[in-house]
Unconditional design. Structure first.
Length: 620
């Protein structure tokens, strides 16, 4: 501890600053010297010569005075710096004999009573530890340490005859703040109560910790202020169920091949079967793959269609269409090749479930005839959600203000009630499945190539999930009593502010449209496919209401024989309304197919519409 009132480091810093100022002024004087001390006459007449001599003489006198001031400034800075060194030396010299003397005085009381005779008590160092008491004669109590999870804050240490009580530590999660320490027996103020801990987790919010009580004075002095109540826990966000089990996939269609069939009969691959339906606890199965058709004679080839994805908690993906291939045919006639269509994605059937993606269209590949790619499958629709957010927890009660000394002093102010916890956000609606890409059409030398449209994206689902209501504010603490003889009562604590309402659930995003079928052909009549349309987004849910302000404010403390009673605390503000959930984004339209070689490329699909935002809640 310091035994002199002068801080050597501040004097040293001042000397450094002054030295810098002196250097700046000296540099400015030197820069002005050449242009002011030797001024040439404007003309050869006597008047011009006299004017130049007058100004030059004045400048020389200024430079002489500046040199004298610079010397004085240097001496002053040197004296100031030497003074700083002398103060530092005196500090070290005085501290050396005084500190052992103070240790000698404090040793007996420290050993017997666990506190010094003169000096401040030490602060708590580990979680929840109380501050140590101050010296029996003079000294402030140490501050309590903050509590760990579920542990109250440490109490402030008490003062001796003269001194202030220590402040209470902040409570751990869900626990009370520590009480302020008692002021000195003859003179001193009570310590401030610690803030209550934030509530522990829980669906509707657990209990928040109360603020610590302010410490009391004994004879002369004011009571300490009560600590603020802890904040209520935030409500949990609405959560859609997670489903991991999946139903069985559909069976793939049969592949067919022919090389020697003399009849001009179409050759068709088998269709994939629909994926098995799921349930609210099982996802839909994937649709079966369409069978391929490969012909190397006069038979045309048509790939099988992919199976639809099964409906379930989350929709199953549609199966891909089978390919149609007549590229091995070299003789007339010129058979066509057509890819199978992709299967549609399954629809979701549980809150927030996503629709399945559409299957891809099969490729068509002809050597001489026409080729057509398969259509992409449509994406499945998402499912709406109504899983609301949890309500926020109530704020903790403010601590009581400490009482003033018996003869003189004011009561401590009651602690402010804790703020209510924020409401949880509502769950989002399910997303639509993406559309499948259309198949690639490769036309023959004498045929055209036609690309089909990509699958449309599935619709995003609405969210009807409302945000949780904000928690109510806590009760304000009562003010402490004023001194029995002279003193005013402490003001009651303000009740806590209500928590903010939770945000409404977001609407599900629409699925992206599939890419249109590409083509490759030398025929100018070839046309690539258009992209699929994007799915519309779902509407957002409404926001939660703000929490109510604490209903009860703290009462004012009693005044002394001379002194007014403390006023009742005011009611805090209600919580702000929760924002409505954002509407789901519309899915982007799929890109149009590209015509490689001759022919026209396809256009892009239209974008889906964005869903409407939810309405905000009501303020508390």
């Amino acid at each position: 501890m310091s035994f002199v009132i002068t801080a050597p480091e501040l004097i040293s810093a001042a000397a450094t600053d002054l030295a810098g100022i002196g250097s700046t002024i000296s540099a400015a004087n030197a820069a002005a010297s050449a242009s002011t001390t030797a001024i040439a006459a404007a003309a050869a007449d006597e008047v011009s010569t006299a004017v130049a001599t007058l100004f030059g003489t004045h400048a020389q006198q200024y430079q002489s005075l500046g040199s004298q001031m610079a010397a004085f400034h240097d001496d002053f800075v040197r004296i100031l710096a030497n003074g700083s060194n002398l103060y530092a030396t005196a500090e070290a010299t005085n501290a050396s004999p005084l500190q052992p003397l103070l240790d000698l005085i404090n040793a007996p009381t420290q050993a017997i009573l666990g506190r010094p005779l003169i000096g401040n008590g030490s602060n708590g160092t580990y979680p929840g530890q109380d501050g140590r008491d101050g010296g029996l004669l003079i000294g402030n109590g140490g501050n309590g340490a903050a509590g760990d999870f579920g542990q109250a804050g440490g109490g402030g240490g008490s003062a001796g005859l003269f001194g202030d009580g220590g402040n209470g530590g902040t409570g751990g999660a869900g626990s009370a703040g520590g009480n302020g320490g008692t002021g000195g027996l003859l003179f001193g103020n009570g310590g401030t109560g610690g803030m209550g801990g934030t509530a522990t987790l829980g669906f509707n919010g657990g209990m928040a910790g109360a603020g610590g009580n302010g410490g009391s004075a004994l004879l002369f002095g004011s009571g300490g202020a009560g600590g603020q109540g802890g904040t209520g826990v935030a409500g949990t966000n609405g959560s859609n169920p997670l489903v991991f089990d999946t139903a069985n996939p559909g069976t793939a269609g049969q592949d067919v091949t022919t090389t020697d069939d003399p009849a001009a009969n179409p050759l068709t691959g088998g269709n994939g079967s629909e994926g098995a339906a799921g349930s609210t606890i099982q996802n839909g199965g994937v649709g079966g793959q369409g069978g391929s058709a490969t012909s190397s004679n006069q038979n045309s080839a048509l790939g099988g269609d992919g199976g639809k994805g099964g409906d379930g908690a989350n929709g199953g993906m549609g199966g891909n269409g089978g390919s149609g291939d007549t590229s091995g045919q070299t003789d007339a006639p010129q058979p066509s090749a057509t890819g199978g269509n992709g299967g549609n994605g399954g629809d979701a059937q549980v809150a927030g479930g996503a629709g399945g993606a559409g299957g891809w269209g099969g490729d068509g590949h002809a050597n001489q005839g026409d080729a057509v790619g398969g259509v992409g499958g449509r994406g499945g629709a998402g499912f709406a959600s109504s899983v609301a957010g949890g309500d926020g927890g109530t704020g903790g009660t403010g601590g009581q203000g400490g009482n003033a000394g018996l003869l003189f002093g004011n009561g401590g102010t009651g602690g402010v009630g804790g703020t209510g916890g924020m409401g949880g956000a509502g769950a989002a609606g399910g997303t639509g499945g993406d559309g499948g890409n259309a198949g690639f059409a490769i036309g023959g030398s004498d045929g055209t190539a036609t690309g089909q449209q990509g699958g449309d994206g599935g619709y995003g689902a609405d969210s009807t999930a409302i945000g949780g209501t904000g928690g109510a504010g806590g009760t304000g603490g009562n003010g402490g009593n004023g001194g029995w003889l002279i003193g005013s009562g402490g003001a009651g604590g303000v009740s806590g502010t209500g928590g903010v309402g939770g945000t409404g659930g977001a609407g599900g995003a629409g699925g992206i449209g599939g890419i249109g079928g590409n083509t490759s052909s030398s025929s100018t009549a070839s046309v690539a496919g258009e992209g699929g349309h994007g799915g519309d987004g779902g509407d957002g849910g409404d926001g939660g209401n703000g929490g109510a302000a604490g209903a009860v404010a703290g009462a004012g403390g009693r005044g002394g024989l001379i002194g007014a009673a403390g006023g009742t605390g005011s009611i805090g503000a209600g919580g702000a309304a929760g924002a409505g959930g954002a509407g789901g984004a519309g899915g982007a339209g799929g890109a149009g197919g590209t015509a490689q070689g001759s022919g026209a490329s396809g256009g892009a699909g239209a974008n889906g519409h964005t869903g409407l935002d939810g309405a905000p809640g009501q303020p508390g």
